[in-house]
Design a protein around this ligand. Structure first.
Ligand code: AMP
Ligand code: MG
Length: 365
């Protein structure tokens, strides 16, 4: 019920023009896609269920409904290509190739190249070959027609160390549109695909002349331009404590993506301990870096998504070192001790909500 309430909340917030980076885990029997009634004026709104999440779109200007159909098709076809459970997808083919080279489309080749590069820079914190470990904890979806998750469980240490022997992003070979993965390994693009889908959808809207749109793709907000009146979009950044959907702050966004990773997005509890879906490749267990949430703000949704996962795993100090070394994005890091660290570029565009228990720290270069 909580999940359903979260979905409704996300929708309500979207309609009111301020949307949370909430990833509502959908109910197992989605009746979507549905389209919300188009409100008056030149704004179109739509909701679909794709990539294991509820996505809501708001598009201003002419041809809004047409644009919604266009990006829905794009997202669906990306899901067909990138899904780990969809038989015949590029990722499925790679995982079932028993070590033989597989020809893939541009999207999979691009994302795997990006993931390898980020894996390298992040010292292995992002590793797309963690899939066997993710599955062992029960965080993989059951199958294409069943968005529910497999049974959650805490694997034993020996099982995890055995699985980790089959984890190493460096062994994914990408060359000339062909991918080769050792037969004893499996990969998934869950850490990066949704952000990339947002990026592609936003690019498509821009190519079609859209200058004002907001796409909320489950923990992943992609803006096109600004609000119709020229002012920035205002995005609620979720308070990672609890499932309340309350905000800790508001981020102003123009033409950029804001992608959030948090331990509260998917989790289970056993013996009073919470286990979540973002894994530390060094341990094979949920990443306990001290950070409870990471939001990355930048131009490219796919990159932001990969970074949100990587920086969550790395923890604050390494995350900020990464930002200082490579740059090209801004970040909002929430610490377990209620401190919100924002990188210097967000000084004027992020503010805490009034009366919050969080304190703000601006990180200079
Ligand atoms: P995100 O919600 O973007 O942080 O991505 C989390 C998803 O990526 C999980 O549901 C897993 O499918 C996958 N995953 C978990 N841990 C890692 C990791 N360290 N590197 C790459 N993918 C991961
Ligand atoms: Mg991510």
């Amino acid at each position: 019920m909580k999940r359903f309430a979260a979905i409704l909340l996300a929708l309500t917030l979207l309609l009111s023009g301020c949307t949370g980076t909430v990833t509502p885990t959908p109910e197992p029997t989605p009746t979507l896609p549905v389209s919300l009634p188009t409100p008056g004026g030149d704004v179109a709104e739509g909701t679909i269920f794709a990539m294991d999440t509820v996505m809501t779109f708001r598009i201003h200007g002419e041809n809004g409904q047409e644009m919604i159909s266009l990006i829905t098709n794009t997202i669906n076809s990306l899901e067909n290509t990138l899904s780990v459970t969809r038989e015949g997808s590029d990722v499925w083919n790679i995982n079932h190739a028993t070590g033989e080279p597989i020809a893939v489309g541009e999207d999979a080749a691009y994302l795997l190249t990006l993931a390898k590069e980020l894996g390298e820079k992040a010292d292995g914190a992002l590793d797309v070959t963690m899939y066997p470990v993710v599955k062992a904890w029960g965080f993989a979806t059951k199958g294409v027609d069943d968005p529910g998750e497999a049974e959650h469980r805490v694997p034993r240490a020996e099982e995890l160390s055995e699985l980790l022997e089959h984890v190493d992003y460096r062994k994914v070979a990408v060359q000339d549109g062909t991918v080769t993965l050792p037969a004893d390994m499996e990969l998934d693009l869950g850490a990066i695909a949704k952000g990339y889908a947002g990026e592609r959808a936003a690019d498509l809207l821009r190519e079609n002349g859209v200058t004002s749109a907001l796409l909320n793709m489950g923990g992943n907000v992609q803006s096109v331009g600004s609000k119709p009146d020229g002012s920035p979009w205002r995005i609620g950044i979720q308070d990672p404590a609890g499932d309340t959907g309350a905000y800790l702050g508001v981020l102003q966004l123009v033409d950029q993506a804001a992608v959030t990773s948090g331990g509260y997005q998917r989790y289970f509890e056993e013996d009073g301990i919470r286990y979540w879906h973002i894994m530390d490749p060094a341990t094979g267990a949920p990443a306990r870096s001290g950070l409870t949430q990471v939001t990355i703000v930048g131009d490219k949704g796919g990159l932001c998504d990969g970074l949100s996962t990587a920086l969550f795993v790395m923890g604050r100090e390494k995350a900020l070192d990464y930002w200082r070394t490579y740059g090209g994005f801004e970040a909002i890091l929430v610490d377990g001790d209620n401190t919100v660290w924002i990188t210097a570029g967000l000084k004027d565009s992020f503010s805490l909500v009034e009366g919050t228990e969080y304190t703000l720290q601006v990180v200079e270069e």
